[in-house]
Design a protein around this ligand. Structure first.
Ligand SMILES: Nc1ncnc2c1ncn2[C@@H]1O[C@H](COP(=O)(O)OP(=O)(O)O)[C@@H](O)[C@H]1O
Ligand SMILES: CC(=O)OP(=O)(O)O
Ligand SMILES: [Mg+2]
Length: 421
């Protein structure tokens, strides 16, 4: 899961050797959550990490872990109205540990921004023009870019003097060939409205594909990897020699796999039908496909833990939802196998991919002819580390590779703002 595992304890009292600030705060603002980490880039140590979830509900929760020696995990529960309130609460927790946003050791704040459109292919220092472009892209990332903007603006209010850096989910996918990035629709219309497949979760796909190569003892250039990022939002990617050649999300994060609340692939005519025949408005269709579909639409739950519990109890709706989720996943594994031609590894990551052994087992079941198999004992191991779960004889390594979007964002942010040595 993207939640932090205690890293090497950091000595937060150490002064940076060059005197220049070396800490980066990373904010990963999701539709109803904020994940954050404070890292010291001099040695990569995590100083604090946490998560605010269920923002906007009565049952919001902030879990904060200072990773200094002796630091203890703290929790706040109770309503947190919006992302701005969530970030203020995070700032308070950091201040309580002597790691407040006013610290002179902070070099920059890095922000996950989900949609960067055509313009942003690299990490970017945020100014008014960048903010305006992220705002312009709200219609194509309606659950995400607004939350990202609140995170940026709140951080800018707290530290107007610091560089704020946007790291885009779409950036890693800009290497996709036109054959994968273009929809087969009228070219002039598509180009006029910049309608194409952008792909998301790119920071995670980049990090996990690299970590998978490392797990195999190879350079990223040497391996072809299928990455399955299965969180609340879920996407698959085909990575050839370190470069993305296809991914399952498209113009928006709605295309592709079955997700917690999103439908993934669907015949676009379903939307015409809902409007013309079922009398739904544009906004109602949007809410249906983004928030009331996927696992929650199929069985009333979007948490894979709950779905597995129900399946074990013999609940038929949960079992069907699980089967549909797996069927789609398996189709993408097969599709990306064909796209890549040769596959060295299939890597499972994010909340579901890292924790749900039943999903990994079912997704690979029956694919022995493709060289894919999972060893039941290895698959059952619970660990926070990257590991191979396929039997030794298998031609393709199946791996669990924990993602760390925050670390990757911190690295990219620091590389942009730190003066070259
Ligand atoms: N132990 C577990 N077993 C199965 N699924 C889990 C487990 N822990 C977390 N998850 C799943 O992970 C999902 C969240 O994944 P995460 O990567 O944090 O998503 P996001 O970043 O989209 O919020 C939860 O909805 C839940 O379904
Ligand atoms: C792009 C996307 O779907 O992100 P998340 O999984 O955080 O919702
Ligand atoms: Mg996520």
């Amino acid at each position: 899961m993207t939640a932090p595992t205690p890293a090497a304890p950091a000595d937060s009292s150490r002064a940076p050797s060059s005197g220049a600030p070396t800490r980066v705060l990373v904010l990963n603002s999701g539709s109803s959550s904020v994940k954050y980490q404070l890292l010291d880039m001099e040695d990569g140590a995590r100083l604090a990490a946490g998560l605010v979830e269920r923002i906007g509900e009565e049952t919001s929760r902030l879990a904060h872990t200072p990773l200094k020696e002796g630091g203890e995990r703290r929790e706040r529960t109770g309503p947190i109205a919006d992302h701005a309130a969530a970030l203020k609460a995070v700032a308070e927790e950091l201040t309580a540990d002597g790691l407040g946003l006013d610290s002179p050791e902070l070099a920059a704040i890095g922000h996950r921004v989900v949609h960067g459109g055509l313009r942003f292919t690299e990490p970017t220092v945020i100014d008014d023009a960048v903010l305006a472009e992220i705002e312009r892209l709200v219609p194509v990332a309606p659950l995400h870019n607004p939350a990202n903007l609140v995170g940026i603006r709140t951080a800018m209010d707290l530290r107007p003097d610091l560089p704020q850096v946007a790291v885009f989910d779409t950036a890693f996918h800009t290497t996709m060939p036109e054959s994968a990035a273009r929809y087969a629709i009228d070219v002039e219309t598509a180009d006029a409205h910049r309608i194409r497949r952008y792909g998301f979760h790119g920071t995670s796909h980049a990090y996990v594909s690299r970590e998978t190569a490392r797990l195999l003892g190879k350079a990223p250039e040497e391996v072809n990897v299928i990455v399955l990022h299965l969180g609340n939002g879920a996407s698959a990617s085909a990575v050839r020699g370190g470069r993305c050649v296809d991914t399952s999300m498209g113009l928006t994060p709605l295309e592709g796999l079955v997700m917690g609340t999103r439908s993934g692939d669907i015949d676009p005519a379903v939307t015409f039908h809902l409007k013309r025949v079922a009398g739904m408005s544009e906004d109602e269709v949007d809410v249906l496909l983004n928030k009331r579909s996927g696992l929650i639409g199929l069985c009333g739950d979007n948490d894979m833990r709950e779905i597995r519990r129900r399946v074990e109890e013999g609940d038929e709706r949960a079992a069907l939802a699980f089967d549909i989720y797996i069927h789609r996943l398996k189709k993408y594994i097969g599709a990306y196998y064909a796209v890549l031609g040769r596959v060295d590894a299939v890597a499972f990551t994010a909340g579901v991919g890292e924790n749900a052994a039943a999903v990994r087992e079912a997704a690979v079941a029956g694919l022995e002819e493709l060289g894919l198999a999972v060893d039941a004992d290895l698959n059952a191991v619970r660990s926070g580390g990257a590991r191979i779960i396929s039997p030794e004889y298998a031609r393709v390594a199946v791996a669990v590779v924990p993602t760390d979007e925050e670390l990757e964002i911190a690295r990219q942010t620091f590389a942009l703002v730190a003066p070259a040595p």
